[in-house]
Design a binder for this molecule. Structure first.
Ligand code: HEM
Length: 443
């Protein structure tokens, strides 16, 4: 309690400065459901897994996507799956879901491994020449998701796609904490809409090109989206909706995965014993040959490392909803229209659900220990009907990338480097993550 104006201003500044520490502090001081006055109205922060389950699953009909950060994302993602709501969302989810079926993802395995191998060849890693791992992994995951979407059509457009998307994401990230900037005729707004139009132009060309040339033998996501038909109405999606979906998959499908890879490489460099155990698993299972998707069931430790890394550094560190009607979470009243924020970054370190929550210990994700955990204490991909559609795609991709590059190179942090997590749209290392890559056979 207190005078609303200074409190709201104070909270907004604190949140903007360091949302992770602030949210964690709020949980420690006030508990599992905290309502915070901010300059953008009251926000309810829900940290307890039961509360998460309530919002994303049990009472999900009462919650829609919305809120200030959604407004920013909508500039590029429009009405795509991530930002859509209601009937339109459900229709689209049903149309798109089959493209992400496990069996379809398996078809992308080769493309993922080839992408990682090509990246190794192109970057010519050299121990004396540090590289920004976050930037590099972003380039690699964007290449992979674009190839999965457009197949070989992508190549002549790659540069344009990268430039337009890179600019749009950078500007959206800058506006993330100041969505108001985009409602006024500011230079930021002008630049963002210009980047958005460049992105529209190149994606429209790619879609038109595919429609004109379709041979019927393509096996990519775009073809699946073009051919998808609603089981009841027999209708597909119109061109504008298709464009929003394609851009959504490009955006949602690369920065998150590159974040997961970046944090994993950092954690491995900080935990040599885990790094050594992982390398030993690669040597045993692969003995020098390229990994395939069929190898993954034998490389469980790689998956455990990845899952633990996403626990400590969840790429989607926060996600939000707006309450359609009054509700109650954990005994607290949620007003109609209130913004509810869920914090994987805090829930994943909740001391009631994780022993020594700040310690990196992939053993937590050993298959035999999976049953003892609260299902909503670990939510890197969200949950319920609006959970990540690309989770299998991302997990497969990240495991294949690690299993391609780690048997050949070890990544080390530059001496004295300070790594500060920066929670923008995704959780990334502030200023990038500079590391050196050392050839495994020369260690
Ligand atoms: C939704 C995380 C990779 C596409 C989500 C949500 C989370 C998430 C937390 C739910 C957001 C909410 O409930 O508000 C991640 C992480 C990834 C990843 C951590 C990588 C490590 C991918 C990939 C794709 C993708 C590879 C596609 C190629 C989507 C889409 C949605 C979504 C379309 C919206 C689903 C809907 O609302 O129906 N993701 N994601 N994501 N993700 Fe992912």
């Amino acid at each position: 309690p207190g005078p609303p104006w200074p409190t709201a201003l104070w909270n907004t500044i604190k949140f903007g400065q360091d949302p992770l520490s602030f949210a964690r502090e709020l949980r420690e001081r006030y508990g599992d459901v905290v309502t915070l006055q901010t300059m953008m109205g009251p926000w309810t922060l829900v940290f307890h897994p039961d509360g998460v389950r309530h919002v994303v699953q049990e009472n999900h009909q009462n919650y829609r996507k919305g809120g200030p950060s959604d407004q920013v994302l909508r500039v590029t993602l429009g009405n795509g799956l991530l930002t859509n709501n209601g009937e339109s969302w459900l229709t689209q989810r049903r149309l798109i879901q089959p493209a992400f079926h496990r069996s379809r993802i398996a078809g992308f395995g080769q493309l993922m491994t080839e992408g990682a191998t090509a990246w190794l060849e192109e970057t010519q890693l050299d121990a004396s020449d540090p590289l920004d791992v976050f930037q590099q992994m972003s380039g690699l995951t964007l290449t992979i998701v674009c190839k999965a979407l457009f197949g070989a059509d992508m190549l002549p457009y790659k540069q344009r796609v990268f430039e337009a998307l890179g600019t749009a994401i950078r500007l959206e990230a800058q506006a993330f904490y100041m969505p108001g900037l985009l409602s006024l005729p500011t230079p930021q707004r002008h630049d963002l809409y210009k980047a958005r139009d460049a992105l529209y132009a190149v994606v429209d060309e790619l879609i038109a090109g595919r429609k004109a040339r379709a041979t019927g033998s393509e096996n990519d996501l775009l073809t699946m989206l073009l051919e998808a038909r609603d089981a009841e109405t027999g209708l597909g999606m119109n061109d504008l909706q298709l464009r929003d979906e394609v851009i959504t998959l490009m955006v949602a499908g690369h920065e998150t995965t590159s974040g997961a890879l970046t944090w994993t490489l950092l954690l491995l460099s900080q935990h040599p014993e885990i790094d050594a155990r992982l390398r030993e698993a690669y040597t045993r299972v692969l003995s020098g040959r390229a990994v395939t998707i069929e190898d993954l069931p034998q490389l469980t430790f790689g998956r455990m490392v990845l899952e633990e890394s996403m626990r400590l550094y969840p790429p989607a560190w926060v996600f939000g909803r707006q309450a359609l009607a009054e509700d109650e979470i954990g005994g607290y009243r949620i007003a109609k229209g209130a913004f509810v924020l869920l914090f994987p970054a805090v829930t994943h370190r909740h001391p009631d659900f994780w022993e020594q929550p700040d310690v990196f210990d992939p053993e937590r994700f050993a298959p035999e220990r999976a049953t003892g955990r609260h299902r909503f204490a670990y939510i890197p991909f969200g949950g319920g009907p609006r959970g990540c559609i690309g989770n299998q795609f991302a997990l497969t991709e990240a495991q294949l990338i690690l299993a391609t590059i780690l048997p050949r190179y070890q990544f080390r942090l530059l001496p004295g480097a300070k790594v500060i997590p920066e929670p923008l749209i995704t959780l990334r290392p502030r200023g990038g993550l500079r590391m050196t890559a050392h050839r495994q056979d020369e260690l």
